[in-house]
Design a protein. Structure first.
Lengths: 546, 380
């Protein structure tokens, strides 16, 4: 049967109420300045001619009661490509508070129509699970009262740093030291690490701001913060600078940027903080990195040694990888050798039930410098929705299992475990991080939190913004388009990085002081934490409190 | 808070002297228990030859005592002396005490071929077997030490009253070192094993304050899978085991203990003559860093005594005395009570970097600072 064309409704037709975010526009306040429409990253709002009825009192029967007037107003588009992403840039630039995107609490119909062209939905950002996560619910309940005095967070000295690198058992250390044998390199770093976000995923201004902030933390404040590069290399000027020692270089399955890194080795003024070999990522386990073509600019193409404007999907596994044993042998040892065994080399894996198997293999390898486990709440620059939403393993139980496994073997001081994935996703970064540390982590990596705190990333767990994948980041954080990233002032990012780490440092003391801890980071101090959930307490082997 | 009193003297003295010093410090404790460690012992009723192991503990029932005797016989130990306390059980708070035993044994003949180290290991395993046996029988047998020259007594109650109940004022037992602590571990529930001093293979320590890093340290020590690293009913037991681990397992000099439990900061070690070695040691022994406030007093098999503070130095401790006789206490009045006729101006209160060592000859005490060179030239 032939459809009726005169009614403009197709299966994919959507109305404003079908959209996840609805733009509320107050026409009486709007001055039609056009700032909102020009700043909107998706073009979800447009200035449009519209007609309105002007009622008027008519006493004469020969005359019509209404007139109509043409005016210019703002309307929300309702197609998938031009959907409102709720970023709120319109509201932030509006001089008159005339416009604001509002979250639509009804399940939007857009999600059923967003596979146009047969393409599965991709996004950047986060997993989109609002509300407190498990880490937010852990509280510190072993407060020093009369048996030992609580410390003064403002006046006492605190040892807050952690170790990154393989630590020998005491007997082995003494044996090797006395006989002049190789001692694995160990770095003393701040336990909150800026997680791997690539030069490519991040804009040049964002990257520069982070690096400036990290350098300031180290050189002025004495907080030994380190940051990881992510896959995609590192600008040559950084590789050859003295700042390299604050950087963890990541090598991943696409090996992007490693030509530049290897070539720069003879000219390096110092060693990098560490080498991270990425085998997996919490946000999209079993998937390789993905830099979509929108973001492969001339600069990125040069750094990565690829043509401009092509998708850069890294394979899910390293091409040389046949087994964990082979991987550890080939990659960890090769990378160690490249820097003459002076740089810690550790793998990063997705949270997974196979994490313990990986860990036990690393324990037996004398060159493995640690293990980073990235939980399901981790963020990403680009991934398929289904990978982000449904794949992975929460970090808390994964980490705890691994830590207790190391304890049973008495090796918990030898292989530092680092945890990531949702640290600070609701803003409680220090609390989340310290909870993981007390569950057994030597430190935590954080990505999304830093983007939010240092650069004002707009993303939220209600799928706000989350368009890091297509290079239209309205704040200029994850875009390679100079028009966008020039919005971001690297100096201001650096300032916020510094403020963030100063605040974390203070909060760490405010947590450690009441627990009576100041002499070492309370790694594995599980007697200090509790949770109001019996099942979780049992699983994590911590106290159930109510 | 725990009150600590320790005296070391060339002339053996009665433990009752120390209990009187505890009485001087009574304002500060709840009198919930007493732990005593006597080293370099003498009996008036028996000519004790140094080197024979002494088993100390409590049999809570007649049956337990019989089991113990049978067990020791079956292992080939020959009982040489069984000390009978002039005990008045009515003055003891607990009701399930059958006998406080202090028994001197001759080693089994089968051990003649064993090296000193193997004998030490076997003595420890014997003590652990007795402890296990008691635990399997509803806790009817408690054993504190099985070691040459050492007697240990632990009981619930006011220290002086416990001493009176056991007739310690009779002077039938004397020792050259006496360590006393006056509190049961009320933090974690009353348990005789939880009372200081703690003892392992000749090493005894006691502590005041609380070790907030207890659980990570305990987890690490447990992971050594060494049979004697058990117990941990008290957070202070780890201090003894760390001292054992450092000196017996790692075979490091006594000074290393301080570098393990309270390592210097990185910036301090960077300027230390052996900083490179000590940073590595700190990293390797990182899980043994204590988090006080604590003062640790200890004694070693050769009758060396030590006193160290945690890095926060929030607990008091004083050493004072004269050649041949030194006293350490958590309170100054405790030192006064133990050695009143001394030059008080020479008293010393260690700070965070200090280890005070009284060598076996007891002519003076040495103050060793962590900032001083570490006595392991080859390693450094």
């Amino acid at each position: 049967m032939v459809s009726i064309r005169s009614i403009p409704s197709t299966p994919g037709s959507l109305s404003v109420r079908d959209m996840p975010w609805i733009v509320e526009h107050n026409e009486s306040r709007c001055t039609l300045c056009g700032r909102c429409t020009s700043v909107c990253p998706t073009g979800a709002i447009k200035l449009q001619y519209m007609r309105k009825r002007m009622p008027k009192m008519v006493l004469n029967a020969s005359e019509r009661g209404n007139t109509f007037k043409i005016f210019v107003g703002i309307r929300q588009r309702t197609d998938v490509e031009h959907r409102c992403i709720g970023c709120g840039m319109c509201a932030s630039v509006c001089p008159n508070q005339a416009i604001n995107p509002v979250f639509n609490p009804i399940i939007d119909r857009l999600r059923f129509q967003s596979t146009k062209g047969g393409n599965a939905v991709k996004r950047g950002g986060r997993r989109n699970v609002p509300g407190p996560n498990l880490l937010d619910r852990i509280i510190f309940d072993r407060i020093s009262m009369l048996t030992d005095p609580a410390l003064d967070a403002g006046r006492h000295e605190f040892e807050l740093n952690t170790l990154l690198g393989r630590v020998l058992p005491p007997e082995e250390y003494l044996k090797r030291k006395l006989s002049g044998q190789w001692i694995p390199p160990v770095r003393e770093v701040f336990p909150f690490i800026i997680g791997s976000m690539s030069f490519g995923a991040l804009s040049p201004n964002m990257w520069l701001g982070l690096l400036q902030g990290v350098a300031y933390c180290n050189e002025v404040l004495g907080i030994p913060v380190v940051m990881a590069t992510g896959e995609g290399g590192c600008p040559p000027w950084v590789l050859k600078s003295k700042f390299l020692k604050y950087i963890i270089l990541q090598i991943a399955s696409g090996y992007f940027g490693w030509d530049e890194i290897i070539r720069a080795i003879p000219e390096m003024k110092c060693d990098p903080a560490a080498i991270e070999i990425k085998y997996g990522q919490g946000a999209k386990p079993g998937d390789g990195g993905l830099l979509m073509w929108f973001k492969v600019s001339k600069l990125i193409a040069r750094l990565r040694g690829v043509p401009e404007g092509v998708d850069l999907p890294s394979p899910p596994v390293h091409q040389t990888l046949y087994s964990i044993e082979e991987s550890v042998m080939k990659m960890i040892q090769t990378m160690s050798m490249a820097w003459d065994f002076r740089v810690p080399v550790y793998p990063k894996i997705s949270g997974s039930t196979s994490a313990k198997a990986v860990l036990n293999n690393l324990v037996r390898n004398p060159y493995a410098a640690g293990l980073l486990i990235d939980g399901v709440d981790g963020g990403t620059g680009a991934a398929y929705n289904v990978s982000m939403d449904a794949m992975g393993h929460p970090i808390a139980s994964n980490l705890r299992e691994c830590y207790l496994d190391l304890c049973a073997q008495g090796r918990q001081n030898e292989i530092p475990l680092f945890a990531a994935g949702g640290v600070g996703k609701n803003g409680n970064v220090t609390q989340n991080g310290m909870a993981l540390i007390m569950l057994g982590a030597s430190g935590v990596h954080m990505g999304k939190y830093i983007m939010q705190a240092a650069a004002g990333c707009l993303g939220s767990e209600n799928n706000r913004c989350n368009v890091c994948n297509i290079g239209i980041c309205p704040k200029g954080i994850t875009s390679q388009n100079p028009k966008l990233y020039r919005r971001l002032d690297p100096d201001k990012v650096a300032e916020r990085v510094v403020e963030t780490f100063k605040a974390i440092r203070t909060e760490m003391k405010k947590i450690m002081a009441p627990l009576g801890r100041s002499q070492s980071l309370p790694i594995g101090m599980s007697d200090a934490i509790g949770i109001e959930d019996k099942a979780v307490a049992e699983r994590l082997q911590i106290k159930y409190i109510c | 808070m725990c009150r600590l009193a320790m005296k070391t003297a060339n002339q053996p003295f009665s433990p009752y002297d120390i209990l009187q010093a505890m009485e001087a410090m009574q304002e500060g404790y709840d009198g919930s228990g007493l732990g005593l460690l006597l080293r370099g012992v003498e009996f008036t009723d028996f000519n004790y030859e140094s080197g024979s192991p002494i088993l100390s503990g409590i049999a809570h029932t007649r049956d337990a005592m019989h089991r113990l005797n049978k067990f020791m016989q079956s292992k080939g130990f020959v009982l040489k002396y069984d000390h009978e306390f002039d005990v008045d059980l009515s003055r003891i708070e607990a009701s399930d005490r059958f006998k406080y035993f202090v028994q001197v044994y001759k080693l089994p003949e089968a051990w003649d071929t064993l090296s000193d180290e193997e004998v030490e290991e076997q003595l420890t395993l014997t003590r652990l077997a007795i402890r296990k046996d008691g635990e399997e029988h509803g806790g009817d047998l408690t054993v504190f030490s099985f070691w040459p020259d050492v007697i240990m007594i632990k009981e619930v109650g006011w220290p002086l009253q416990v001493g009176n109940a056991l007739g310690l004022d009779s002077g039938r037992i004397k020792s050259r070192i006496c360590m006393a602590q006056g509190r049961q571990n009320t933090n974690y529930g009353i348990n005789l094993y939880a009372c200081h001093p703690f003892f392992i293979q000749g090493i005894g320590t006691m502590t005041n304050g609380e070790n907030t890093a207890f659980v990570p340290i305990k987890d690490w020590l447990t992971g050594r899978h060494y049979p004697a690293y058990i117990g941990y009913q008290s957070d202070s037991e780890v201090f003894t085991h760390i001292l054992h681990y450092v000196t017996k397992k790692l075979k490091l000099p006594l000074e290393a203990y301080k570098h393990v439990i309270t390592p210097l900061k990185t910036e301090e070690l960077n300027n230390h003559p052996q900083g490179d070695f000590l940073i590595g040691l700190r990293n390797s022994c990182r899980r043994l860093i204590i988090d006080g406030p604590n003062c640790v007093m200890g004694s070693l098999p050769d009758e060396t005594c030590i006193l160290v503070m945690d890095a926060k130095k929030l607990r008091p401790a004083t050493i004072g005395g004269k050649p041949g006789e030194w006293a350490m206490a958590s309170e100054m009045c405790g030192v006064d009570a133990m050695i009143p006729d001394r030059d008080r101006t020479l008293d010393f209160q260690p700070m965070r970097e200090h280890t005070v060592v009284v060598p076996p000859e007891r002519q003076e005490f040495k103050i060793w600072s962590q900032f001083d060179p570490f006595p392991l030239p080859q390693a450094a």
